[in-house]
Design a binder for this molecule. Sequence first.
Ligand SMILES: Cc1cc2nc3c(=O)[nH]c(=O)nc-3n(C[C@H](O)[C@H](O)[C@H](O)COP(=O)(O)OP(=O)(O)OC[C@H]3O[C@@H](n4cnc5c(N)ncnc54)[C@H](O)[C@@H]3O)c2cc1C
Length: 386
Amino acid sequence: MATNNKYDIAIVGAGLAGLSLSILLAREGYEVLVLEKEKFPFHRVCGEYISFESWNFLEELGVPLSDWNLPAIKELLVSAPGGNFVEHSLPLGGFGISRHKLDDYLAGLATQAGVHLLEETKADDIRFANGHFFIAGSAAGKQNIPFGAEASVAVGAFGKRSNIDLKWERRFAQKKPNKLNNYIGVKYHVRSNQPPNQIALHNFESGYCGISRIEDEKYCLCYLTTAEILGRCNNSVHQMEAIVLQRNPHLKKIFTESEFLFESPLTIAQISFDKKELVENHVLMVGDAAGMITPLCGNGMSMALHASKIAFEKINAFLQGNIDRVEMESTYRHHWSRLFERRLQTGRLVQTFFGKKWLTNTFIQSLKPFPGLVDKLIRKTHGAPF
Ligand SMILES: Cc1cc2nc3c(=O)[nH]c(=O)nc-3n(C[C@H](O)[C@H](O)[C@H](O)COP(=O)(O)OP(=O)(O)OC[C@H]3O[C@@H](n4cnc5c(N)ncnc54)[C@H](O)[C@@H]3O)c2cc1C
């Protein structure tokens, strides 16, 4: 492996976690390398509803959210597979923006800050020896030109599931399919006449589908379901939508009355909500690589952004010589767990109430007379502005 490039920090993955961390570090004067296997701008499977807790942080990074006339989302509607529903005001609320727009803007800010952002470059391994990391991969998309770099600190920001998770045989990636790890996600952008300030979460057998507004009067329509239910529909997304999702009358209306703006659905598979290690082979994990909250909580993006802020503090203290590597890793673990562990647990618990017809119905019926309980659940899966 050629190691001609030396950096203070190497980050694998340019999603929200990797990009925001890289900007903070580069602005502090460090040499930062970010590897991203895709090319910006691109779409990702995500509901694209961001809790307001991230607003200030994104603006401080330089994202001009206030100038973009983004929809504010203040109301929540949850429906059961049969159509019965409950509505509730969101305590903090959020806003809608596509990942296509947000991630591309952050990538531009990173480059402006001096980050060495290498697109279409995939890391195959990160190894630690003698106090340094060696990152090996291949560059320039399909031409597979070998790539090597060296860094004092390495960060895994490679999202839900990556080739590195498999290479390292991370525990969550080794598990047999179970009720927390065999999900698929599907996303579209649509034009629709749904209420502009509401996020709706419509349940169906073995899954739920969210719809909320993003920029330019478009809506993001995104759902999570199991690989098993897709298999039962001959692995056809359209068949599954017709015979499973559209049994919910709200979804039938959305699917039949909306204008679909993508030529084909965007999909991902093998999503896992299992617990993950926060530091692996001395690499600090941020964002979904550290742990994924169930999407019905609508808070994964804020967690990814917030985690990058705490990773920045620890890495900066280490590179300044104020703490050693052991302390950097242990304080990161401790801080991360204190902030997010209970949210993840509540998310997993709430997830178990969704997808089964009678259970979702009972859940929604029992929430209706107790709006305080809905508030409590939302607060337990969200944090404060950071
Ligand atoms: C169906 C669904 C709906 C969701 N809806 C919402 C929502 O409405 N609101 C919300 O807040 N959260 C939502 N989330 C969660 C949210 O999308 C994630 O929490 C968030 O994207 C995490 O950001 P990240 O930076 O950790 O990962 P990502 O954004 O996934 O970025 C990881 C990056 O790493 C790159 N990468 C991976 N491996 C390599 C490699 N070996 N070399 C180079 N690059 C690599 C990938 O290409 C990718 O760009 C949803 C998730 C799902 C699945």
